[in-house]
Design a protein around this ligand. Structure first.
Ligand SMILES: C[S@@+](CC[C@H](N)C(=O)[O-])C[C@H]1O[C@@H](n2cnc3c(N)ncnc32)[C@H](O)[C@@H]1O
Length: 226
């Protein structure tokens, strides 16, 4: 038996889970930002540093930064750290837009592809999708954009979005064979639209953010105590 100490309803039913900057990339078992806000408001003292040892997509880190708490996050997954870092960055929006225009021109006018050697890649992606993702990858790898991290996270979002995995599930199941023919390739459209949407969100949410640090942490790379 336990005694209930929190009386509030913390399910946040009806309130969107991924809103604001969190929309940049989906992640399994994301925390609800309102839950993190509740925990910080109720349990963190002024100047406390918030720690999330399995920070995933960095919901805890961003909400802490917004509430002016420094934060530290660890994760074994490099993508999680990249998402966390990008979410916690204020960009110069005009420069970001200029780089995006350049990136877009390079993608639509280029023909080179960079396709990684992944076992079973054609099980998860249609051939034309592999080709178009390869074109974006080539441009990202061969241009030195100041904001390349931002574009890489949007690219990762597109890779998942344009794959043959079932929507709404994080475990990787391929959609049914008979449905594959009805799936259209929209790699460029989705990539460009996602970047535009997320730039708008970052533009609206540029605000003073407290510092957050993110570290890759596993048995081979233990915590950096510095
Ligand atoms: C459920 S997810 C966390 C999601 C996060 N709360 C969010 O809102 O996005 C769990 C995370 O733990 C990480 N993880 C699992 N084992 C780990 C380990 N041994 N060391 C560091 N991170 C680990 C995974 O990579 C994953 O990102």
């Amino acid at each position: 038996m336990y005694t209930r100490t929190v009386k509030e309803d913390l399910s946040f039913r009806g309130i969107q889970l991924t809103s604001g900057r969190h929309k940049i990339h989906k992640y399994p078992a994301m925390l609800h930002p309102n839950l993190v806000d509740f925990l910080i408001d109720n349990y963190a003292n002024k100047n406390d540093i918030v720690f999330d040892p399995f920070c995933g997509s960095g919901v805890t880190l961003l909400q802490s930064s917004i509430k002016q708490h420094k934060s530290i996050g660890f994760d074994i997954n490099p993508l999680s750290l990249l998402i966390s870092k990008v979410k916690n960055t204020n960009f110069d929006i005009q420069k970001l837009k200029n780089e995006f225009n350049d990136l877009k021109n390079n993608i639509v006018s280029g023909n080179n592809t960079d396709i990684p050697d992944i076992n079973n890649i054609d099980y998860w992606y249609k051939e034309s999708v592999i080709d178009d993702l390869g074109k974006i990858r080539f441009v990202l790898k061969n241009n030195h954009y100041i904001y390349s991290d931002f574009f890489i996270v949007c690219f990762a979002y597109t890779c998942r979005d344009q794959s043959l995995t079932r929507n709404g599930e994080f475990k990787r199941y391929r959609i049914q064979k008979e449905k594959i023919n009805h799936i259209a390739n929209n790699v460029f459209g989705r990539f460009f639209q996602h970047i535009e949407d997320i730039i708008d969100i970052f533009d609206l949410t540029n605000c003073h953010l407290a510092k957050s640090t993110h570290q890759l942490c596993n048995s081979e790379k233990p915590i950096d105590k510095k």
